[in-house]
Design a protein around this ligand. Sequence first.
Ligand code: NAD
Length: 367
Amino acid sequence: MSNPSLLILPGDGIGPEVMAEVRKIIDWFGAKRGIAFDVSEDLVGGSAYDKHGTPLHDDTMAKAQEVDAVLLGAVGGPKYDVLDFSVKPERGLLRLRKEMDLYANLRPAQCFDALADFSSLKKDVVAGLDIMIVRELTSGIYFGEPRGIIEEGNERVGINTQRYTESEIDRVARSAFELAMKRGKKLCSMEKANVMESGILWREVVTEVGKEYPEVELSHMYADAGAMQLCRAPKQFDVIVTDNLFGDLLSDAAAMLTGSLGMLPSASLGKPMANGRPKALYEPVHGSAPDIAGQGKANPCACILSFAMALRYSFDMGAEADRLEAAVEKVLADGVRTADLLNEEGRTPASTTEMGDAVVAALDASL
Ligand code: NAD
């Protein structure tokens, strides 16, 4: 059998810096666990624009469609702000998501005990938090037609349309139920069925799909109430499934429960390929952080944890994903901190490479 294949797209700003640390982890799995990946690397975002005049070359897009998983660093930067909208670095990322048809965005919100003080909520509310938000990513109000700004009488009107087909709801619901089966077997679906027809349909379809997953305890919540519950008692949730707009807001709110942007991974999954694995793109939630790029200050953990998600969801290596997540947890418990994880004056932060090396050492210690 051939090795699992991985396309690495480091991107811009801190993207290449954090990806270099992931490379060490990938090498570690090859050397110490006998797990070899066929890794290829290419350009995306501003770095692709600089070379090809486009933020994603067609050849790179074709490669992304062939591999088992894509791991992306970050795109963007002030240098590219003046570019036309059609060639901005973010368009490269959006093209990947669109053409790979990645409809389920997985955003874990996990609070490592060692970082519980970093949350804006009380420590006992967030310590041990481990929830997963599944956001529909390719439909809903960000894509619905009609849209635009039109003239009506003597004023302008801004229009966007919330639109969901049954099949779009069905497939993302299935992704969420499958995840719930692998986790705590609890799924909460969030919409606004009290005021939106698309919410009524959402609730009906999720309920229908739920009949195929009798082991999963399904509940429904209005998204505004869900936002309140996420701040009040987030540990009541296991998996949450919601639409594109509500998911955008709820996943950002949930992410901040856990402290730093430098710790947050994500995955975007699509239809299963011929080999049964879903099309998949893994990336840290953070951007290219131009304010700290090139200074060795970036926290590589979000990108490392994104690779852990790839091990779990693309390569069926759940035990190795556990090993990597535990290594990150150990490093934090040992007090290793990049600058974003330090609020004490006078302590010298670990650099990006020191953090990566510490994770590799913790992996060694796990053997
Ligand atoms: P950002 O996430 O890049 O940075 C926000 C703040 O968090 C900054 O102060 C930054 O230093 C800090 N930060 C982010 N990641 C960090 C890490 N790993 N370690 C330590 N600190 C970290 O968001 P922004 O400043 O709004 O955007 C900067 C650029 O990134 C823009 O061009 C934006 O369009 C782009 N962006 C890209 C993505 C992506 O590639 N998925 C996502 C968001 C923003």
